[in-house]
Design a protein around this ligand. Structure first.
Ligand code: SME
Length: 160
């Protein structure tokens, strides 16, 4: 199991005093990528300020990915629609899963809230089934809370 307490401390130190959301998200995806095992994708989809029904690809690590995901579609859009994290032990058993990388076997998506409003999601994909459990959900929900505290109130309208 990853040391989430250490991961949270490292993230807090990494973004401390950085007023730029884009670099903070980019570094957060790199931190997850280098800290967690069995990942083939780690990154963010952000709610479009112009189209609040649409998630748009944000900073990530891994293979190139789909640019747009409508709210309510795929695991990412489902997490936004449900306003809750979604843990998928086997992506092939999740109706509507969007396969950006055919290597993905399991997935977790965690909504990011700023001032009570969902502004995007964190998405992690694994090439193994059953990679993510309750501890990961709790650890990653705290991770995105730390990140969201550093986001400006007008995020994602302002990224730099
Ligand atoms: N699998 C996601 C799409 C994004 S990629 O995994 C990077 C989904 O079903 O929403």
């Amino acid at each position: 199991m990853p040391d989430y307490a250490r991961l949270h401390e490292t993230l807090a130190a990494l973004i401390d005093g950085v007023p730029h959301p884009l670099p903070n998200l980019a570094n957060a995806s790199a931190l997850l990528w280098e800290s967690l095992e069995d990942l083939n994708w780690a990154g963010f989809y952000l709610l479009s300020p112009a189209r609040p029904d649409l998630l748009v690809l944000g900073p990530f690590q891994g293979r190139t990915a789909c640019i747009e995901i409508p709210v309510g579609r795929g695991v990412c859009g489902t997490a936004v629609a449900r306003e809750a994290s979604v843990v998928v032990p086997d992506v092939h058993a999740f109706p509507g899963h969007i396969a950006c990388d055919s290597a993905s076997e399991s997935e977790i998506v965690v909504p990011i809230r700023k001032n009570g409003r969902i502004v995007g999601v964190l998405d992690l994909d694994s090439p193994k089934k059953n990679t993510f459990g309750e501890e990961d959900r709790a650890g990653l929900e705290t991770f995105v809370r730390i990140l969201a505290d550093a986001l400006p109130d007008d995020f994602p309208a302002r990224l730099l």
